[in-house]
Write a new protein. Structure first.
Length: 208
């Protein structure tokens, strides 16, 4: 599913990052662990195609991320990658269900509200479909962000620090939810985090 070899990246006038090699197989679930300053979020943005590596090899689902134009990368991301950011980014003027179908609209897919309702139901949020995201609790917003990442049946789910602000009980709940939904959809799952509590939850981890 994903091959990362010799990936490098530099911000203008910033320190260069060189990331360890790793692979993530189909349906595999893994952690990328690192403390502050190790480039965790930068790596997630590279894996998602939001940034382009300055060197190395990065392949997802058999496609080289280095060779795709910006337009093709946007299309590829919408079709194959689901991203759960540390801070959820919603369109505040839209209701929950409309926020969910936005990825379908942006990738030119047929709008499927029944699918949006089904995912909300799986995450115990069916009753919030017509609410505005500003009316949701932090935990509900997090589940909506997971639902939105799943709407286009991604082959790869990327999550950025999903438990960093949560206590032990809620952290376990979010991780179990992510793992369960990845299994249900047959997706690979990569979580980028500094949260050492998660090590026992995953058989595979890479330290940055």
């Amino acid at each position: 599913m994903l091959i990362s070899q010799g990936i490098q990246f530099s911000y203008p006038e910033g320190k260069p990052f060189q990331f360890p090699d790793f692979t993530c197989n189909e349906r595999e679930q893994m952690l990328l662990l690192g403390q502050s300053g190790t480039g965790k979020t930068t790596l997630l943005h590279l894996l998602a195609g939001l940034l382009r590596p300055t060197g190395g090899k990065l392949e997802i689902a058999g496609s080289s991320m280095m060779d795709l134009s910006s337009a093709k990368m946007d299309k590829f991301r919408g079709e194959h990658i689901g991203i759960i950011f540390q801070t959820a980014h919603f369109i505040d003027s839209l209701r929950v269900e409309d926020n969910l179908i936005m990825p379908q609209f942006l990738t030119g897919r047929k709008i499927d509200r029944s699918k949006a309702k089904d995912i909300l139901g799986r995450l115990n949020l069916a009753h919030k479909a017509n609410s505005f995201t500003s009316q949701l609790s932090v935990g509900e917003q997090q589940r909506v962000a997971i639902a939105r990442a799943l709407i286009n049946d991604p082959k790869l789910i990327l999550a950025d620090e999903p438990t960093s602000a949560l206590d032990d009980s809620n952290a376990r709940g979010v991780i179990h939810l992510l793992k369960e939904q990845a299994e249900l959809t047959g997706a690979s799952l990569i979580i980028v985090t500094h949260d050492q509590r998660l090590k026992d939850e995953f058989a595979k981890s890479v330290v940055l």
